[in-house]
Design a protein around this ligand. Structure first.
Ligand SMILES: C[S@@+](CC[C@H](N)C(=O)[O-])C[C@H]1O[C@@H](n2cnc3c(N)ncnc32)[C@H](O)[C@@H]1O
Length: 212
C-alpha cells in the first residue's frame, strides 16, 4: 500500500470527527491569521486562480473564496472533499469553487498554491516541494505550513496523532534545505501559536521559484 493510500484511508475514516477538537481549532485560528497576511485579495495581486492543495474540509478554501479567488480545492480523501462540499454548499461564492480528488484536474500552472497541514504526514518533504514547484506558475506564490519539530507542543501533537493520522514536525533547517533542493526560495517564515521560533507550533511559510 502506498503512503498516499494510507493517508487517504486515515482521513476518510476520521473525516466526520475532523475539526471538532477545540485545541486544534484554536491553533488553526492562529495559523489562519498568519496565512492571511501572506495572501492579498485576488484583485490586489491581479490574479484570479488559486489551488488549495489538500483542502480537507475547506477551512482555507472559504477564506480564498472570500478574498475573490476562483478556487480549486484538491484532496486525496473523498470523505474530506464531501465534507468540504457540504460545509461550503451555502457559501455566497460557491460558483467560484471546484472541488476534486482527481490529480489530473490540477495539472497546469497556478499563480497561487496553498498547502496547509500536509507536510505533517510526510517524513520527507522533498517530493511534495517538487510537486508544488512543478504546479507553480513562474511568478507564482506558494503558502505552506508545517509543524515545528522544535516545539514541545508538536511533541504532544505527534503523540496524540497516533490515534488518528500519524504526524510529525520538521525543522526550519530541513524545510529550507529541501525547498532549495526543489528549486524553491523560502521568502517568509512565521512561527505561530505562539509567535516564537522554538515554541511556535506551526511554521507558516511563503515561497516562490528560486529563480524568480
Ligand atoms: C490536516 S488536513 C488539512 C486540511 C486543510 N488544508 C486545512 O488546513 O484545514 C490534511 C489534508 O491533506 C490531505 N492530503 C494529504 N496528503 C495529500 C496529497 N499528497 N495530495 C492531496 N491531499 C493530501 C488529506 O487527505 C487531508 O484532507
Amino acid at each position: 500500500m502506498t503512503q498516499q493510500t494510507t493517508i487517504r484511508q486515515q482521513f476518510d475514516q476520521h473525516a466526520n470527527a475532523y475539526g471538532r477538537n477545540p485545541l486544534t481549532h484554536w491553533i488553526g485560528g492562529s495559523e489562519l491569521a498568519a496565512i492571511e497576511r501572506l495572501i492579498p485579495p485576488a484583485a490586489e495581486l491581479g490574479i484570479t486562480r488559486a489551488l488549495d492543495f489538500g483542502c480537507g474540509t475547506g477551512r482555507l478554501t472559504a477564506v480564498l473564496l472570500d478574498l475573490g479567488y476562483h478556487v480549486t480545492g484538491y484532496d486525496l480523501s473523498p470523505e474530506m472533499v464531501a465534507k468540504a462540499a457540504a460545509q461550503l454548499g451555502n457559501h455566497p461564492h460557491r460558483p467560484r469553487l471546484t472541488l476534486t480528488t482527481d490529480s489530473r484536474a490540477i495539472q497546469g500552472k497556478w499563480p497561487l498554491i496553498t498547502a496547509l497541514g500536509i507536510l505533517d504526514y510526510y517524513a520527507d518533504p522533498l517530493p511534495l516541494w517538487q510537486e508544488w514547484q512543478q504546479l507553480l506558475a513562474a511568478d507564482g506564490r506558494l503558502v505552506v505550513t508545517s509543524p515545528n519539530a522544535r516545539s514541545p507542543l508538536v511533541w504532544l501533537y505527534t503523540l496524540a496523532s497516533r490515534f488518528t493520522c500519524p504526524a510529525q514536525g520538521h525543522t526550519v533547517e530541513d524545510l529550507r534545505k529541501t525547498a532549495v533542493a526543489a528549486n524553491l526560495a523560502l521568502t517568509d517564515i512565521h512561527p505561530v501559536f505562539p509567535h516564537h521560533a522554538q515554541l511556535g507550533h506551526t511554521l507558516v511559510m511563503g515561497l516562490q521559484h528560486a529563480a524568480h
